[in-house]
Design a protein around this ligand. Sequence first.
Ligand SMILES: NC(=O)C1=CN([C@@H]2O[C@H](COP(=O)(O)OP(=O)(O)OC[C@H]3O[C@@H](n4cnc5c(N)ncnc54)[C@H](OP(=O)(O)O)[C@@H]3O)[C@@H](O)[C@H]2O)C=CC1
Ligand SMILES: CC(=O)C(=O)O
Ligand SMILES: [Mg+2]
Length: 616
Amino acid sequence: MISLHRHNNLLHPTTARRVVLGVRKLLAVMSSTLVNGGGVEASAPATADGGVRDFYGEERATEDQLITPWAFSVSSGCTLLRDPRYNKGLAFTEKERDAHYLRGLLPPAVFNQELQEKRLMHNLRQYEVPLHRYMALMDLQERNERLFYKLLIDNVEELLPVVYTPTVGEACQKYGSIFRRPQGLYISLKEKGKILEVLKNWPEKNIQVIVVTDGERILGLGDLGCQGMGIPVGKLSLYTALGGVRPSSCLPITIDVGTSNEKLLNDEFYIGLRQKRATGKEYAELLDEFMHAVKQNYGEKVLIQFEDFANHNAFDLLAKYSSSHLVFNDDIQGTASVVLAGLLASLKLVGGTLADHTFLFLGAGEAGTGIAELIALEISKQTKAPVEETRKKIWLVDSKGLIVSSRLGSLQHFKKPWAHEHEPVKELVDAVKAIKPTVLIGSSGAGKTFTKEVVETMASLNKKPLILALSNPTSQSECTAEEAYTWSKGQAIFASGSPFDPVEYEGKVFVPGQANNAYIFPGFGLGLIMSGAIRVRDEMLLAASEALAAQVSQENYDKGLIYPPFTDIRKISAHIAAKVAAKAYELGLASHLPQPKDLVKYAESCMYSPGYRNYR
Ligand SMILES: NC(=O)C1=CN([C@@H]2O[C@H](COP(=O)(O)OP(=O)(O)OC[C@H]3O[C@@H](n4cnc5c(N)ncnc54)[C@H](OP(=O)(O)O)[C@@H]3O)[C@@H](O)[C@H]2O)C=CC1
Ligand SMILES: CC(=O)C(=O)O
Ligand SMILES: [Mg+2]
């Protein structure tokens, strides 16, 4: 019931029981509620002299400087019902209804959270259109945050495709039409020079994870401009549901530098800047201001996850800020880690070591080259061969064909390490015939590109071809699960970026896995946060892959799965977090000292749980 708000904030009307306290007192109370609430928190706000940290710079401000009149209030009545953080709907007890001026504002029935959950799941299942389910879930998140997360955690396999891929893709395409309330920060070119002020408008001060996009490569759907906001919102809801990071410490951000999507520019409901995308210096300066403002406002240990940037910016941003900030690119690094995990696990089914396999990719962008590099690093780690050598068993095809040395002069920098000696090959199927891969990975964003002939050739070359169709959403998947199993006559081991239902082929049921970075980033982020890591390193990605692969059980293997089920994701995330944190300590990059003895237990103890709290 404790909320921070500005005196003039219309979204938070004050109520009869509002108690305005001094800022110092506010922060003391705030820090105690944060600790009591569980979950991972930033360092306590106490200062060395025993006082409370001057979060808002009020003590430091001189008379001619402007400060923000933050206030602290206890909410009750309608304000409490409208505050998603504290609203419990019909679950308010009789005692709470008396104590918090709720009498008459609710019908007489008192439901517990389980009954509320049952009712909501029943209602959600009535919607036949996935986008309507998405909208109903977003409404719930805006109305009753704990119930939203309880639903998501308890029904993860059913609801993941709604809040995440594939439905989130459609939601982004239609974001302008379905827009109700802002769910994150919008930073556009209009805010240039004022980004620090914009960050200060966000009511939460203890931010631990930011997921930021500029909307230029939203899944495999291309440039969706400002409407890409659905992605940071969705990713962060998974940070909480799958990784246990507290919702209040997550901040979704969209950087709007315009869009080159004509359809959106001509759409009257488009919510972003109506101009062509800024590039070059203008783009770089805005991003640089953003990165500096984030560090200034939230400190060294805030994790900035880059998401769905186009590859002509993504690699450069990661390289530029990885030595000064805690940055992670989910599409390059998270995807690499999840795919490597699947490959390590698949060895139990296909045999051999990683070094015995030959890999062919369709798609040589962020996902493709990111995965390729991590595979090469892992083989190098296992065999002690230099990475220049281990790259040679990995081949990539882009929109112009196989990447070969004769193309070196015109290749983007991230493709160059993969330009091996070979004659040019234009078509994927010919590349499959020439390279004879044991593993085929789709990271092209182009649907239906694993044709019948491609899959049949893979099956003719391998007893158990490993086929990963990573592109999202479902419409962009390189092939469907049904195509992979039927065209390979049941030989393929298959996983995809977006989920597919099990397939029956010749009387046998094949269960496809989901190779999606959602297995990695929540636990990875939790590991960074709980260890107070200040930088991300490749060794941490390898540790995360090994941790995920170790979670695949014999029962999963018996079904042909190379990933464990999402139903176990909180346990899986705790193990990933523990290994990532251990690596951070080993590398001397962890700042939360001393290192906890049992990191898995510690990770579990840090996790947000969505059960209701009792109000006095
Ligand atoms: N499952 C998961 O966890 C993840 C899935 N993805 C998915 O992967 C896809 C790609 O993402 P990302 O790597 O970031 O995108 P990029 O734009 O960086 O890369 C796409 C690559 O695919 C190539 N390509 C595009 N169309 C074709 C085609 N018809 N034939 C051959 N090559 C083609 C492009 O070629 P060129 O370079 O010549 O233009 C480019 O090399 C997206 O759909 C995304 O949703 C991404 C991250 C995680
Ligand atoms: C899953 C993901 O990050 C993507 O498709 O971009
Ligand atoms: Mg992504």
